[in-house]
Write a protein that binds this ligand. Sequence first.
Ligand code: ADP
Length: 164
Amino acid sequence: MNTARIAVFPGSFDPVTLGHENIVRRALPLFDKIVIAIGRNAEKSGMFPVEVRKSFLDDLFKDEKRVETAIYDTLTIDFCRSINARFILRGLRSGNDFEYERLIGLSNQKIAPEIESVFLMADNRYDFTSSTVARDLLRYGKPLDGFVPEPVCGMIRTYLAQKP
Ligand code: ADP
């Protein structure tokens, strides 16, 4: 039996924010490995291609051996099963997040009772932070400092400058 405590942190990460980074770093003592998994969503393409989002995450956690990244296009629980992950990690910012997560968490519990969802409350320094706000700031040419991790701000500038 596989006893490693592997957690999947699923999301869009379009782009990764300081709030996401904070959840991963705080969750590391709880798990042996965290796989940050970007769901490929056929219905919304997003601002950054999923491979680019993954490259931001790879760079951000390049010194943390217990963090891996992945792209998946199945149900989250099927992805968890495929890599023997027994935990799903999510962050909670607000009552809205809670209600949304409650429905998904309970559905996952019904379909995959062997996989436990674990929720960490957002750090109050970042609980206003979202990828949606970061994308809005970018659209209107505003700096992302204080919303997106510093090294990722640089990668975003480089990516946008090279984009045709
Ligand atoms: P999704 O499209 O699945 O909501 P996101 O990339 O927006 O994907 O978020 C992934 C996870 O990170 C979710 O659990 C979300 O609640 C959490 N999260 C997002 N922003 C923050 C933040 N500022 N603080 C803590 N958790 C956050």
